[in-house]
Design a protein around this ligand. Sequence first.
Ligand code: DX5
Ligand code: ZN
Length: 216
Amino acid sequence: MSELAKVSPSILAADFSNLERGIKKIENCADYIHLDVMDGHFVPNLSFGYPVADAIKRTSNIPMDIHLMVSNPSQHIEGFAKYNPKILIVHYEVCNNLYRTLQRIRELGSKAFVAINPHTPVIVLDDILESLDGVLVMSVNPGFSGQKFIERSIRKVFMLSEMRKARDLDFEIMVDGGVSPSNASRIVEAGADILVMGSAVFKSEDPESVCRAVKS
Ligand code: DX5
Ligand code: ZN
């Protein structure tokens, strides 16, 4: 792999009967910890909300990135900002006032990222790229961990990377869904900076070595 990627293990794939133990396993290698908040409406699954974010905040010093897969993200920004996430992610598909939402996230002290679903083309972000800190390319349909990586996502990462270069911007590109040591290098070569990994890390016998494998 030519460049180093940052890694954000997604606790959705961890053992919820003992989250603290799962978090300890990645403490020495994770750059972030990824929290998938799902409302059963924007996505067909329910996951967790404020109490779990609060518990993770008290358990670990790993910076959090919170991925809001909810139909009304602007109503939850203040609530999650209380846990001081390094990154707060909202979906393009459900933000009617995206610019205002991003500004609010920044005012509250987090980096403002926008996620796009597999069916959403990168070009819809053309007018907002100057106002965001990162783009999350969903490489599976949001809702579940353990799905297969959608190959076409690589092209989206590359297009974003080219737009970033052409306009001399420095937003980060994050990829989420089906990422593993077997496809990480191709994703990073296309221009990704942060790799979210759920099952590849937490279903492994040795989560730390999986994290390290995609960073070197
Ligand atoms: C999917 C979530 C992902 C998921 C990743 O909706 O946004 O963050 O937990 O899990 P894996 O890496 O197993 O696809
Ligand atoms: Zn996610």
